[in-house]
Every structure is written in C-alpha cells, then in structure tokens.
Design a protein around this ligand. Structure first.
Ligand SMILES: CC(C)(COP(=O)(O)OP(=O)(O)OC[C@H]1O[C@@H](n2cnc3c(N)ncnc32)[C@H](O)[C@@H]1OP(=O)(O)O)[C@@H](O)C(=O)NCCC(=O)NCCS
Length: 180
C-alpha cells in the first residue's frame, strides 16, 4: 500500500481546469451513484464541470489544491473560499470548504485528514476564525469523516440539486489546523 507521504499536494491554477473537470466528474460518479436521483446522476457532464472550473479561476481568491499520486496522476482535489459573515452582531471571517474529493483508490490512507489540516492552516493564515461546509445528508462516510475531524452539525437542512444536505462547522479553525 502506498503511504500518504508518497502523495504530493500542490496549488492548482487555471491551467489545471481540464484535469480538475475530469477528476471532479470521476469523483462525483464514484461518490454519488445511488445518492443522487438517476436522472441527475446521468446528466453530470465533463462540459459542465469544465465551465465550472474555468469560472472558478476567473474569480479572484480561488483556493484550489490537487493531490497527485506517486506516479503524478491527479487523484484528489480541494477548494475553499473565505467569506465575511455576521455572527452575533459582529462581522467575522470564515472559511467555507467547497470541495474535498479523493478517488476511491486514494481513500482511507489519511489523505483526507492531511487535506483538512492544510485548508485549515491556510484559513488561519488568512484570518479566518471558523470553518464550515455542507454535505449530502445521506453521504454517511463523509459525515463520519467530518465528525472524526471534530466538525459539529449546525443549522437547518439545505438542498443540492433537490437532494437534502446538512451543514458542519468548526468554531475554532486553529484546532482543525492542528488536528492529530
Ligand atoms: C471523505 C474523504 C475526503 C475522507 O478522506 P480519507 O482520506 O478517505 O479519510 P482519512 O483516511 O483521512 O480518514 C480520517 C478519519 O476519518 C474517519 N473516516 C474516514 N472515512 C470514513 C468512513 N468511510 N467511514 C467512517 N469513518 C471514516 C475515520 O475516523 C478516519 O480515521 P481512521 O482511518 O484512523 O479510522 C474521502 O473518503 C473522499 O473523498 N470520499 C468521497 C468523496 C466525498 O464524499 N467527499 C465529501 C463530499 S462533501
């Protein structure tokens, strides 16, 4: 089995949009079969993902990372963004985790933990106090992962493409950054 340390993580740029689109589609197909309605699942396309990633790099502040396996193949990615938020009457800066995906072959080796820590370290360095994300309510493996990382459910149920979602948050991004 390949060790986590044999995988590298690097910042992604606009030139990586085609790689990210193909990887994103492959990860979604592995993750969401049976979780999304069949029609929605069948309608996931490379073209739509390519448009999405080109758009991401056109907006300022794209914080995207790629995970490469020991052979240099892209096997995972993350994306987060900072946003200002009114919390208890005070403006606070938080980090929203927009995506964290690994190909099935790269899962359960500790890479997800490493990626969460890295995003939280970047968030802390850019002045974010807390972190949050949303996940499909029925994506139980991912929810167990976020709970193992110290995330707590908050807020009401949301929905993505008509499918229920729940939110997780970390009040202290520093604790996630230092998570063992
Ligand atoms: C969710 C994901 C990012 C986690 O990354 P990972 O590298 O597989 O997870 P790690 O090996 O770092 O796991 C860390 C801890 O989380 C928990 N955990 C991870 N996956 C789990 C699972 N499937 N079931 C229960 N607990 C799990 C465990 O406590 C684990 O520690 P352990 O291995 O010592 O028991 C990855 O599995 C993935 O990409 N899944 C498919 C895509 C997805 O659902 N993304 C989230 C969309 S919102």
């Amino acid at each position: 089995m390949k060790l986590t340390s044999e995988f590298s993580i690097r910042v992604a740029t606009a030139e990586d949009a085609p790689t990210l689109a193909a990887l994103n589609l492959a990860c979604w197909r592995e993750t969401y079969e049976g979780l999304l309605p069949a029609e929605t699942f069948a309608a996931l396309t490379l073209e739509e993902r390519l448009d999405h990633w080109r758009g991401v790099f056109q907006t300022s502040g794209a914080r995207v990372a790629l995970v490469l396996d020991p052979g240099g193949e892209a096997v995972g990615f993350t994306q987060w963004r900072a946003h200002e938020f009114v919390l208890g009457g005070r403006l606070g800066r938080g980090g929203e985790i927009c995506a964290i995906y690994l190909r099935r072959s790269a899962q359960r080796r500790g890479l997800g933990r490493r990626l969460m820590r890295l995003m939280a370290q970047e968030m802390r360095a850019s002045g974010c106090k807390w972190a949050s994300l949303v996940v499909l309510r029925e994506n139980l493996p991912a929810r167990r992962f976020y709970e193992a990382m110290g995330g707590r459910r908050f807020g009401r149920e949301l929905s993505w493409r008509g499918v229920p979602e729940v939110a997780y948050g970390w009040r202290d991004v520093g604790r996630l950054a230092d998570h063992q």
